[in-house]
Write a protein that binds this ligand. Structure first.
Ligand code: BEZ
Ligand code: FE
Length: 296
């Protein structure tokens, strides 16, 4: 294999993978090489641009650690996460739509009894959330694990807040289990719009492209129940900014809900709220798992 040139390089790389024994890997890598080379040809990629791209990816790697996932931000802001989510989560229209996972989910959030306050020191106006989980047949799904997570009123997730001890404190996140009626309810803080982390290479990319880093106000949910597909989604707050310009392209109209504001007074948990508060009521509809499908 000598004297490879501009016209023969693509075939040469593909031929070099001929002995790959993993058929899916071969399919994916053959297509990747073809598209990458087509892209370089189409834009006449210069050596300086190639170096800039390598530097950008190197910085993306350097800023990534167990608390900061710049590659997910890159995938999200380029729309790849929404594309992959959409093409892997086709379901009947009556089911709740999926949207991007984002980088701020944490395994092992505290399992709390229904009615708990999940804020645990995260600041914001009170919000009482009540959700119902059911199947396509309308039957309640009891015992579903419902993970919820959100930012505080300054737009920070707990994992973004440095702490002296190095021990991460769970704030504004928890796991619940639906009751026999398929319901969960809890107290939290009202979601607000926030910018995705933009002090790194992805932020500089957005800036160079004339894009903003903001996401509309939302609350994340992950719902897992035997016999159903796992649902990863958000509920967005109607009426707020950025619903039509989400930096990560995650908004679906069916996921936008009314977060009702109430003056100080009797709260849904039977207490008296001294300050105005919000309520959110939302129904989730799960898709049955395909026969034989293993739950994540
Ligand atoms: C989030 O909603 O938590 C999120 C999603 C994508 C990128 C950054 C944050
Ligand atoms: Fe978020």
């Amino acid at each position: 294999m000598r004297n490879i040139n501009e016209d023969t390089i693509t075939q040469a790389v593909i031929a070099a993978m001929m002995d790959c024994r993993n058929p899916r890997l071969l399919t994916v890598m053959t297509s990747l090489v073809q598209h990458l080379h087509s892209f370089a040809r189409e834009v006449n990629l210069t050596e300086a641009e190639w170096e800039t791209a390598i530097r950008f990816l190197t910085e993306t790697g350097h800023i990534t650690d167990d608390k900061r996932q710049e590659f997910i931000l890159l995938s999200d802001t380029l729309g790849l996460s929404t594309l992959v989510t959409a093409q892997n989560n086709a379901k009947p229209t009556a089911c709740t739509e999926s949207t991007v996972f984002g980088p701020f989910f944490v395994e092992g959030a505290p399992e709390l009894p229904l009615g708990s306050d999940i804020a645990n020191g995260a600041c914001g106006e009170p919000c009482f959330v009540s959700a119902r989980v059911r199947g396509l047949d309308g039957q309640p799904v009891a015992g579903a694990a419902v993970d919820v997570w959100q930012s505080d009123d300054e737009g920070h997730y707990d994992v973004q807040i440095p702490c002296a001890s190095g021990e991460h404190t769970h704030r504004a996140r928890a796991r619940f289990h639906t009751n026999a009626q398929g319901c969960v309810n809890f107290r939290s803080i009202v979601a607000v719009p926030y910018p995705i982390p933009h002090d790194g290479p992805v932020g500089r990319m957005l800036e160079a492209l004339g894009r903003h880093p903001w996401r509309p106000a939302h609350l994340h949910f992950m719902i897992v129940a035997p016999g159903y597909e796992r649902l990863i989604t958000h509920v967005f707050r109607d009426g707020g900014p950025y619903l039509d310009s989400d930096a990560v392209f995650g908004v679906r109209s069916t996921l936008v809900a009314d977060w009702a504001r109430h003056e100080a007074g009797a709260a849904p948990d039977g207490t008296h709220s001294e300050v105005p508060f919000y309520t959110l009521d939302y129904d989730f509809v799960l898709n049955p798992a395909a026969v034989g499908e293993v739950q994540a």
